[in-house]
Design a binder for this molecule. Structure first.
Ligand code: AMP
Length: 122
C-alpha cells in the first residue's frame, strides 16, 4: 500500500488539523485520541511517511525506529503511567481494522484495562 499524504495524521503533522499534543521530538508526535477508549488514550506517530508497522520495520532507518520507540516510552512517562502500567497496541492492516494509514501506536492506561482481547470460541 502506498502512503496517502492526505491521511488525517499526515495533516496533523503538517499542522493543518489540530491535536492535543502530549509529546514531540525529532522522530515522533504524541497526542490524545479524539475518541478515547480508556481514561488515558494517546496515539504516538512517527514523523516519517510510513503506512503501518510492517512498512516502518522494513523501510525506516535504525535511528527512526529507535527514536520512535523511545518516544513511546517517554510519552507513557509524561502521562504518569509508568507506575500503574499501560497497554501499547498497533493495528496493522485489514484483519486488525486499521483505520488511519499512517503508523500509530495506541497507549491506553489510567485504569485496569481487562483482558487483552475478547476470547473467541473455536
Ligand atoms: P486505528 O483503528 O488503529 O487506525 O485507530 C485510529 C485512531 O485514530 C482511532 O482511535 C481514532 O479515534 C483516532 N483518530 C482519528 N482521527 C483523529 C484525530 N483527528 N485526532 C485524534 N485521533 C484521531
Amino acid at each position: 500500500m502506498s502512503y496517502d499524504d492526505n491521511n488525517v495524521f499526515a495533516r496533523i503533522l503538517r499542522g493543518e488539523l489540530p491535536c492535543r499534543k502530549v509529546y514531540e521530538d525529532d522522530h515522533a508526535l504524541a497526542f490524545h485520541d479524539i475518541n478515547p477508549l480508556a481514561p488515558v488514550h494517546v496515539l504516538v506517530i512517527p514523523k516519517g511517511r510510513y503506512v503501518d508497522m510492517s512498512d516502518f520495520t522494513e523501510n525506516a532507518s535504525d535511528a527512526e525506529i529507535a527514536g520512535f520507540f523511545r518516544a513511546v516510552g517517554r510519552t507513557a512517562e509524561r502521562l504518569g503511567l509508568k507506575e500503574g502500567g499501560y497497554r501499547v497496541l498497533s493495528n496493522c492492516g485489514r484483519d486488525a481494522n486499521q483505520e488511519v494509514p499512517h503508523l500509530h501506536v495506541h497507549i491506553f492506561g489510567g485504569a485496569n484495562l481487562g483482558p487483552m482481547l475478547r476470547r473467541r470460541d473455536g
